[in-house]
Structure formats: C-alpha cells, structure tokens
Design a protein around this ligand. Structure first.
Ligand code: G
Ligand code: MN
Length: 412
C-alpha cells in the first residue's frame, strides 16, 4: 500500500521540480475566441504517476506549506506565459492562490519580481481567490489583496455563489472578476430559478465593471444559456480540459471559435438604458420637488452618468462595437445616435429643473418625450439582438426568408 503523502514528500517534489502547470482555456463569449487560461497545478512523479491536487493541496493548506507551492509555480506561470505569446499573443492567465498567500507580502513580492523580470503587462495576470480563503474577513487579507492590485495585477473571486460570501463584501475588496461556481452554472439548464440567479450575478458584475466567467460549462446547451445572460466569458470541458502547455499550443493552432452573438450582451445594454432612464427621472423629481438644498445637491452628485461617454451604456457600446457592427452595421450606428439624443434630452431635463421655476406642465412634456426616446432605443436594441441571433445561427436565413428551415430539415 502506498504511504500517505506528507509534507516531506511535497518539499521533495518541489525541490525536484515535479510540479507543473496545466492550462484550461477560458473563452470570450463576445468574440468566441480563447481569451485566457486558468493555470492548474499538477504533480508529475518521475514514474509517470500524476497526483491530483485533491491529494496534496488540503494538507499543504493545513500546514501553510501551500505558499511554498504558490511561490514555486508563479515563476513557471510567467515563463509559460512568455511561451504562449509565441503562439497566442496577449492571453490572460489566472492562477489559484490560497488564504495562506494573503497573510503577508510574499506573494506580492514574488509577483512584482516576475513582472520586472519578464516585462509582462500586469493586467494579463489574474489571481483567483475563493470565498472561503477570504473568510473570516480580516484587514490583513484586504491589505494583501490591495498590494497585489496596486501592482496592476487583477483579482478574481473564484467559486462565487458556493460559499458564504455576500454581495456586501464585493464592494470592499479590489475584485475585477467573478468566477461563478460550477454547481450553479450546471443547474441552469433544468432550473429557471437558477438561470435567474445567474443572470442576476451577471448584472451585478456588469454594474461593477467586472468580467464574469461561468465555470463548468460542459455542453452546447449550457454554452447557449450562459451566452444569453450576457456573461462575458466561460470555462469548462465544452471548450477544453486542463491540458499541458504543448497540448494547449496544438489547440490554439486550430484557431478554435465557439458560437457567439451579442444576444446576451444586448440584454445588459437594455438594463443600462432602463437604469439610466429611471435614474434621471428619480433625480429630476428630487431636484424639482425637494425644499432641502442638501438633498438636491446629493441627487445631483448621484447622477454620475451626466457625461455621455462615462455612462454604462457608452462603455457597453464601445466594448461590443466590432461584434455588433459586423452583425448590423446600419442599425448599430443608429443605436449610437439614438443614445446620444437620449443623453442630450437627459441633460436638458436636468438643466431645466436646476434653477427652479419650471412648471409641472412643462416638465411633464419633457419627461414624456424623454421616456418615449428611451422606449424606442430599447426596442431598437431588442431588434438588433434578435437579428444578430438569427444571423449567427443561420446566415442565409437572415438575408433570405425562404432559406431552409431546421424544423423542416429535422422532419425529412
Ligand atoms: O474554480 P476552481 O479553480 O476550483 O476549478 C478548477 C477545477 O475545476 C479544475 O480541477 C478543473 O479540472 C475543474 N473543471 C474545470 N472545468 C470543469 C467542467 O466543465 N466540469 C467539471 N466537472 N470540472 C471542471
Ligand atoms: Mn480557479
């Protein structure tokens, strides 16, 4: 019988460089291309035996030795990223850190050293940290995370929705990415409620300007459902298993592309428009009717979207531009123009209440026209979403309604 693994074995394995990294692709749901990889530690014994992380990570975590493993894999990760740049330039790479990595400066120092040594752009490196690694929530952990973030490295909250982390924690830590845990993602095909929860988490990520990655996507059905929520990227066996660097190079040589259309992303734009419209109406009402100068001031400050290019919608528009324009060039330009007009109306509406003296009747007329513009823009977005989806699924049908119907094809 094999003797159980102890810390001495792990230390020896590290000294003999038996630990290496496998990479699992992360796919952008906007472009359909691989946009990054998650690095996963593997222990290869010289006899060819592969020891799964579950057999040694818990012991390493318990004893604190896990930070030695992290310290050893970070330089490998940077070296591999340089190799990847030769066949797939510019990918992001993430790796998993443990709670023990956030008890001091060591991880930040190691990362800083590697950034200087390799010249890799820091924003391409993501540290994944699970909810459980961050609880109980301490200021030392928060400081360690900020120190890493200040290097320009991004921080992802891993396995989100599976632990005890609350939405309240999100605003207090410097995350830029949410990775939605596999169990929730895998339930969305059979539960409308879970699909609702996932859509909600995608919205939260969108509001906070985070990337959102759905983990555990194993089937085309899940891929389509995740895509429809507006989730920015996805990971799972449907796209690829964790694999050695050489196998990843082979995969990338085939230039894989998965089905993608901005159907879900346009859903987020509709949410942006609805929120923007309501926000303007709410603050206009407060400014117009409150007798308290401070309340009016606060309403004004809350309306941070007054500069057109700083709105969530403008941000979305710039982000999806190439994809949507390819689908619907004329309509997409028209949407941009329509938003500029809506935005101008919002500024006009706000200015009209600033100095007071506006009659309710005049205000009502302005509000009517503003809400009509908003509804029109929402309608245009929905039309583009539907057209993009048709075009991506059946390019011929989009231009020629008489094209072959899959329902007919199935029955013949
Ligand atoms: O998020 P976390 O770092 O815990 O997840 C990484 C682990 O999830 C890896 O061990 C990887 O092999 C596993 N994994 C990745 N994609 C899938 C998937 O589609 N299905 C299942 N069952 N496991 C997956
Ligand atoms: Mn992970």
């Amino acid at each position: 019988m094999n003797k159980p693994i102890d810390i001495g074995d792990i230390a020896q394995g590290l000294a003999k460089k038996e630990f290496l990294l496998h990479y699992q692709p992360i796919v952008s749901l906007l472009t359909g291309h691989v946009c990054g990889v998650e690095a996963l530690v593997r222990w290869h014994k010289p006899d060819g035996c592969l020891i799964p992380p579950a057999a040694f990570i818990p012991l390493a975590e318990e004893t604190g030795y896990v930070s030695e493993i992290t310290n050893a894999i970070v330089p490998m990760l940077f070296a591999d990223l340089q190799k990847m740049d030769q066949f797939a330039p510019g990918l992001m790479v993430s790796f998993n850190a443990s709670s023990k990595d956030f008890t001091g400066r060591r991880l930040a120092d190691t990362l800083s050293k590697q950034l200087h040594k390799t010249g890799i752009e820091p924003g391409r490196v993501w540290v994944e940290v699970t909810e459980t690694a961050l609880l109980p929530f301490s200021s030392a952990t928060r400081d360690a995370l900020y120190e890493i973030r200040d290097l320009g490295i991004k921080i992802a909250l891993d396995d989100f929705s599976a632990g005890r982390f609350t939405l309240d924690h999100l605003g207090q830590l410097p995350f830029s990415m949410l990775k939605i845990a596999l169990p929730l993602v895998q339930r969305i095909a059979t539960s409308a409620d879970d699909l609702g929860v996932l859509s909600h988490l995608v919205d939260v990520g969108h509001q906070l300007n985070y990337s959102v990655v759905a983990e555990g996507v194993e089937t085309e059905e899940l891929h389509e459902l995740v895509l429809s929520t507006g989730c920015t990227s996805a990971q799972g066996y449907y796209y690829g298993y964790p694999m050695p660097l050489s196998a990843f190079a082979d995969l990338m040589a085939k230039h894989p592309i998965w089905e993608n259309y901005p159907f879900g992303s346009i859903r987020l734009a509709q949410v942006d428009i609805a929120d923007f419209t309501r926000g303007v109406l709410r603050e206009v009402m407060i400014e117009h009717s409150s007798g308290d100068e401070q309340v009016r001031q606060r309403a004004h400050v809350r309306l941070s979207e007054l500069r057109c290019l700083e709105t969530h919608f403008a941000n979305w528009y710039a982000h999806v531009e190439s994809k949507c324009r390819a689908c619907m060039p004329d309509k997409f330009t028209a949407i941009g123009r329509e938003f500029e007009e809506l935005h101008r109306s919002s500024v006009d509406l706000i200015h009209s209440v600033e100095g007071g003296g506006q009659t309710w009747k005049a205000l009502e007329a302005k509000i009517d026209s503003f809400t009509q513009q908003s509804a029109h823009l929402t309608q245009m977005l929905l039309e583009v979403a539907a057209k993009c989806m048709l075009k991506m699924h059946c390019p011929v049908l989009a231009d020629n309604p008489a094209a072959r119907d899959p329902a007919v094809a199935r029955s013949t």
